[in-house]
Ligand binder design. Structure first.
Ligand code: HT7
Ligand code: ZN
Length: 872
């Protein structure tokens, strides 16, 4: 397949300042008339050919400056015109015919549950009409939609509504005009019969914006939380970034078939319904938090993505990393900052670290791709956000804001690069950010090794940085790593120093810039306990010689919530890895009693937020442990080690945990806010511990029957189905859940997930059987992810069965899904990315499964790209 390279970027020869679309909707024969105003780019070549992108298109009619059938070459993938008018500006009219019902790839125009909708990012617009389908071609869109009134009373597109009316024969039309020039990937159209939740927002300059969230009829009430999150997002962006909304309407539509979370189309966001619909009986606290974050994320794109967009897809992190940073900050302000930060780091380590440490590693700004859809990754999004956060740490809050203000002022209406972004910060601060820029260009997770020593009032830190080799980058340059830290005295207070040499240290941050530093802090009153990478100031791994007593001290006293959580997490990880070695060496498991005591103390510490306590006593997941072990992984041994520690902590704290569980009973009215969610989280983590000691099944069974919200219900169901699989309580609860929620696909996803993640090799048969369940559909991405995605990504013992049966099954499923939805199959296939860290027998089976995909003849570019890079 073709490889696209960053260095090959060239501006287009033509521009399309105006686009008029007339879309006449019918399920299997929709016609699209595109009237394009085309201009030669000023300063370009004399009369280059016009080459427009297409994807599977059928051209029905073409007209150039009112001349029908001008000379042209049209294939489904391209339209080329060689003889163009001598004028600078001309009009090209194109008519294409589409089959929305046949579109299972969910790119371009398709129908989901009777609702016509579009997904154009990154290259879906070319499935609607021939176009310069690239983000640096900005056009003003005027869209007319025609449809039968009965099937589609609602007709939406970007911008503001400007006309509507009847057409006779039961047909009607609506026209929308979007005054803001935008790239084609932000185009959207929705038509169907949907219910509406309406509201309004007054912006900071006093303009009224009409807000609408469109959902299936009868589900309007389930959009109330999303609406509230939207209004809070609009206020927050005004207060924190000075950004005001810029159209008269803002609409959100929820659809049930969607490849990702949501899409930021200008003025018309389209959402996976999973991230809109929620009440306490159908959504968990995690769902509520995700809805809040994703509503905010898409809204924030209006400035970071839409008003200022990307020059090309290599710059994807320009909008995504920055917007994730903004949604993280929003959630931190709406909820608990410390708890939010811990959750972010857990996600980064679970999703991005394995990517950066495996065959799919790429820089935050990649330099080459075969399929851009495969680069909507945790590296671009999550590591991209961490890079923006580091920039803020380095510059300070005020300078960062000044830089952002300059970015909006200087680049509004433009398609930009990472260089443009970094330049505004250089200009406001006068600093040279060229070394910092490596964070965008160099892949791999940097590691810092730190050796501390203390003598006569001087603390010495020997710091070494290294970046491991990654595909196509064997030699790495030293990076600028901002390492936030504290020196803690025996009384728990921060220690001062009089002088420091060996690196620049400012506002509690060591600026590591060289491969090695020898730092000396003079005038330190006693041997300090080191608190390092506070707030996870840099996305790195850290190897520090630190005694268990120091970690125990930090876990109880560090004033930085992240570092405090990290200290206990390190203790847990260390004992899990030792236990794993015991399991593999066939020796008895032993755990230090201090760990269980500390877990008990943290759980009961009323001075700490319940949400924090819940995170602190949650054991590292089986995948976390595997990542930290790094090689020759035996997932069964990890499972035994982890269960051993869990049982040890539970038995050591039986009484206090039982007491805490009773105390945390929710008696007030339900609130999805952070405080309520935190109490439920703590209670359910404690339930997880209690579940396996005597009476555990009854306890979970009672919670299941008494639960008045989805969070408590699925926690109880998960405990029953995982820890008491096959018990009468588990069977009854599974049946009861399906009876209650069978008609609500989003709730059934939780039922699929729980069963797909039940540990042990029988999970494969369960998954096979569930694929035949009436609530399952192999065409719906949410169903597929709930069953196959959680099985492959969240069931270590089930997916990594030693006989390789699950790998072979999964490979077959991928090939089947790939026939309809390549984006989905490619995404799922990343479950294989860490196959080389497995023990040899599993490694060989996983390689076979990957090879069976690589060897198939009808594999999409998307899936082939992931499989071949994984095998390389
Ligand atoms: N900008 C969007 C990315 C996206 C997408 C969304 C839905 C379906 C397919 C998609 N491909 C890429 C999502 C976002 O980051 O906001
Ligand atoms: Zn985004």
């Amino acid at each position: 397949g073709q490889v696209f390279r960053l260095e090959d970027y060239r501006p287009s020869d033509y521009l399309i300042p105006q686009t008029r679309l007339t879309v006449r909707l019918a399920p299997d024969a929709t016609t699209v008339v595109a009237e394009l105003t085309i201009e030669r780019r000023p300063g370009g070549d004399a009369a280059p050919p016009l080459v427009l992108d297409g994807d599977g298109l059928k051209l029905k009619r073409i007209e150039l400056e009112s001349v029908a059938q001008p000379a042209h070459e049209a294939t489904p993938e391209r339209l080329v015109l060689n003889d163009l008018p001598a004028t600078d500006r001309f009009t090209l009219i194109l008519e294409t015919e589409l089959d929305p019902d046949d579109n299972k790839a969910l790119m371009g125009l398709y129908r989901s549950n009777g609702v016509y909708c579009t997904q154009c990012e990154p290259e879906g617009f070319r499935r609607i009409t021939y176009f310069l389908d690239r983000p640096d071609v900005l056009s003003v869109y005027h869209v007319r939609i025609e449809a039968p009134h009965a099937a589609a009373p609602l007709l939406l597109s970007n911008g503001n509504p400007v006309a509507s009316g009847e057409l006779g024969n039961g047909w009607h039309f609506a026209e929308w005009h979007d005054p803001h020039p935008k790239p084609s990937y932000l185009f959207a159209l929705v038509a169907g019969d949907l219910g509406r939740l309406g509201d309004s927002f007054t912006t900071m300059s006093g303009r009224e914006v009409e807000l609408g969230i469109y959902v299936e009829h009868g589900k309007e009430k389930l959009a109330a939380y999303a609406m509230d999150a939207l209004k809070r997002s609009m206020t927050w962006d005004e207060e924190v970034f000075g950004r005001e909304y810029d159209l008269d309407v803002f609409n959100i539509v929820a659809v049930s078939d969607f490849n990702m979370g949501a899409m930021e189309n200008k003025g018309l966001n389209i959402f996976n319904d999973k991230y809109v619909l929620a009440d306490e009986t159908t959504a968990t606290d995690t769902d509520f938090a995700n809805i809040e974050a994703i509503i905010a994320h898409e809204y924030f794109h209006n400035w970071t993505g839409n008003r200022i967009t990307c020059r090309d897809w290599f710059q994807l992190c320009l909008k995504e990393g920055l917007t994730v940073y903004r949604d993280h900050e929003f959630s931190a302000d709406q909820r608990s900052r410390g708890v939010k930060r811990i959750a972010e780091v857990r996600t980064l380590r679970a999703l991005q670290f394995p990517e950066d440490q495996g065959p799919l590693a790429h820089p935050v700004r990649p330099r080459r791709y075969r399929e851009i859809n495969n680069f909507y990754t945790a590296t671009v999004y999550e590591k991209g956000s961490e890079v923006v956060r580091m920039l803020r740490t380095i510059l300070g809050a005020a300078m960062f804001r000044a830089g952002m203000d300059l970015y909006f002022e200087r680049h509004d209406g433009q398609a930009c690069t990472i260089e443009d972004f970094l330049k505004v910060f250089e200009d406001v601060s006068g600093r040279d950010l060229s070394q910092f820029g490596l964070w965008y260009n160099q892949s791999g997770t940097p590691n810092l090794t730190i050796k501390p020593s203390y003598e006569a009032g001087t603390l010495t830190l020997e710091i070494e940085q290294s970046v491991p080799p990654t595909p196509s980058e064997s030699r790495k340059r030293a990076m600028h790593i901002p390492l936030a830290f504290g020196l803690i005295g025996s009384d728990g207070k921060e220690l001062e120093w009089t002088e420091v040499e060996g690196a620049s240290v400012e506002d509690g941050v060591i600026h590591v810039r060289k491969r090695s530093h020898k730092l000396r802090f003079h005038g330190v009153a006693e041997r300090p306990i080191l608190s390092l990478n506070r707030g996870f100031s840099a996305p790195i791994t850290l190897a520090v010689e630190q005694k268990p007593e120091d970690l125990i001290f930090l876990a109880g006293h560090d004033s930085d919530p992240f570092a405090r959580w990290q200290a206990f997490n390190t203790l847990l990880t260390d004992s899990l890895i030792s236990a794993y070695r015991c399991v593999r060496g066939d020796t008895r498991l032993r755990f230090p009693s201090q760990i269980a005591q500390l877990a008990g103390r943290i759980a009961a510490d009323a001075s700490l937020e319940p949400a924090y306590r819940a995170l602190a006593i949650t054991l590292p997941s089986e995948t976390d442990i595997a990542r930290d072990i790094g090689k020759d992984i035996d997932p069964d041994a990890i499972f035994v080690a982890r269960r051993g520690l869990s049982d040890f902590i539970a038995r050591s704290n039986h009484e206090p945990f039982a007491e805490l569980y009773r105390e945390l009973r929710d008696d007030g009215p339900f609130s999805p806010d952070a405080a309520g969610a935190g109490r439920r989280a703590l209670r359910n983590v404690v339930l997880g511990y209690l579940a396996r000691i005597e009476g555990g099944a009854d306890l979970a069974g009672t919670q299941f029957s008494a639960a008045t919200n989805m969070t408590d219900l699925v926690a109880a169901l998960g405990t029953l189905a995982h820890d008491h699989a096959g018990s009468p309580q588990a069977e009854a609860a599974l049946a009861d859940f399906a009876a209650r929620h069978g008609a609500m696909p989003l709730a059934m996803d939780k039922w699929f997930q729980i069963q797909a993640t039940a540990p042990g090799e029988q999970a494969l048969d369960t998954v096979r059987a569930l694929m035949r369940h009436p609530a399952f559909s192999a065409d719906n991405p949410n169903r597929v992810r709930a069953l196959l995605g959680t099985f492959s990504g969240g069931n270590q013992t089930g997916f990594h069965r030693a006989d390789g049966a699950a790998y072979a099954f999964f490979a077959e499923m991928l090939k089947d899904i790939d026939q309809r939805n390549p984006q989905l199959s490619a995404r799922l296939a990343t479950a294989f990315r860490s196959w080389r860290s497995l023990e040899p027998v599993r490694q060989q089976k996983a390689r076979q499964a990957l090879a069976s995909i690589a060897g198939a003849s009808d594999v999409s570019v998307d899936l082939r790209d992931i499989v071949e890079r994984s095998l390389a």
